[in-house]
Design a protein around this ligand. Structure first.
Ligand code: GLA
Length: 370
């Protein structure tokens, strides 16, 4: 059906057709859930990238890109089979956390004059959607031109959140770029915050820590947290003169051990950075360069912010797809998102979604090498 697109005047829309032509999509079995439902793996291939995604958690399970020598290598932490995704301690490898990524203090907030109470799964707080978040569901998959679309219908009251939320995540490849498009609709006032939780190691998923990789963040400000619980204080603070200033490319490990209360709370970087420019427009948020491999990842997003997480809670107990244990800081996440705990802070951009509205969000990952 796709592949031939005709313009109003009857000419084929060549650019579109080429884009689709340069990307192949194939499906195969990844595993079977305890209830017998099948989890397929979709392999998206362009000249520059091979991306593999599964419906369980609408998740990236591998992402192969070329280094400066032209060699392909996997830059995404994760597992080779379904079982550890289901049964291991949850590190949210590659998944789309939801319906509300990041934290909500005490899992409680006011919405339309009512108090909402969600499930609690991170000390006294809610993290990444609660006890049974979107990462724990087997989304429905459908192939689309150049990629795959995952759909999840989350019921009214799921994890305490009001409204039936229909969420969609579409992964497509465009040359050297992975595009992730999110959308959601609801039948009742609710909140939504979707992101992708891939841990990257641009030198290769089993190559040690990411401390020598250079990070640029297009962020003049971040939202400090109140304690090790990582709930924002509500302040929006300049990065100037702090270890959170990544406005010039800076090695991730350069200041991570500095005596700094925020770094102590996070056990390293686990903070929300305000992306410069207008939310709703696709603009660059971050760039990471790995001197060992030459790979460069450029992240652009329509989201207002990005959580930079330096893999602080990895502790060597999770063994990845190549049999190598993931030690602390062996991957980093750049979770493009709304601000954490936004439902409890009137000064943060709103995360409310009303019936009739469509939540839409796009993030791209471009891979080059130098
Ligand atoms: C997010 C959080 C971290 C941690 C990871 C999962 O990035 O901000 O604190 O919970 O998810 O381990």
């Amino acid at each position: 059906m796709e592949g031939v697109l005709w313009g109003a005047s009857g000419f084929m829309l060549e650019a579109m057709a080429n884009e689709i032509a340069g990307v192949s999509v194939s499906a195969g079995l990844f595993g079977t859930m305890a209830d017998g439902s099948v989890v397929d793996v979709y392999t998206l291939k362009s000249e520059a990238i091979e991306l593999r995604v599964i419906g369980y958690g609408a998740r990236v399970v591998s992402l192969r890109t070329t280094d400066r020598a032209g060699e392909m290598g996997d830059v995404a932490l994760g597992y080779a089979s379904l079982d550890p995704y289901v049964n291991n301690k949850n590190a949210y490898f590659g998944t789309v956390p939801g319906r509300f990524a990041n934290r909500i203090a005490l899992g409680r907030f006011d919405l339309g004059g009512e108090t909402v109470q969600t499930t609690i799964n991170d000390g006294v707080n809610m993290l990444h959607g609660g006890l049974v978040g979107f990462d724990r569901h087997n989304w429905i998959a459908e192939e689309v031109a150049g990629g795959v679309q995952f759909t999840l219908v989350s019921g009214d009251g799921d994890q305490g959140f009001p409204g039936i939320l229909t969420a969609r995540v579409t992964y497509t490849l465009e040359g050297d770029t992975v595009r992730i498009a999110y959308s959601a609709t609801t039948d009742k006032l609710t909140v939504v915050n979707l992101t992708n939780h891939t841990y990257f190691n641009l030198a290769g998923e089993a190559s040690g820590t990411i401390l020598d990789e250079e990070l640029l963040l297009e962020a003049d400000a971040y939202t400090p947290v109140a304690s090790a619980g990582a709930i924002p204080t509500g302040e929006i603070v300049t990065v100037e003169g702090t270890p959170f200033d990544f406005r010039k490319p800076t090695v991730i490990g350069a200041r991570i051990e500095e005596k700094n209360e925020q770094l102590t709370f996070g056990r390293g970087y686990d903070h929300n950075f305000v992306v410069r420019g207008a939310a709703g427009t696709l603009r660059q948020a971050a760039e990471v360069f790995a001197p060992k491999s030459g790979r460069v990842l450029t992240v652009a997003t329509t989201e207002p912010a990005v959580q930079f997480y330096s893999g602080n809670f990895l502790d060597g107990t999770l063994v990845g797809k190549s049999g190598v244990a993931y030690m602390q800081r062996s991957g980093f996440c750049l979770e493009t998102q709304a601000y954490p705990d936004a439902p409890n802070h009137a000064n943060f951009p709103s995360t409310e979604l009303k019936p009739g509205e469509v939540y839409e969000s796009v993030t791209t990952w471009r891979f080059t090498a130098r």
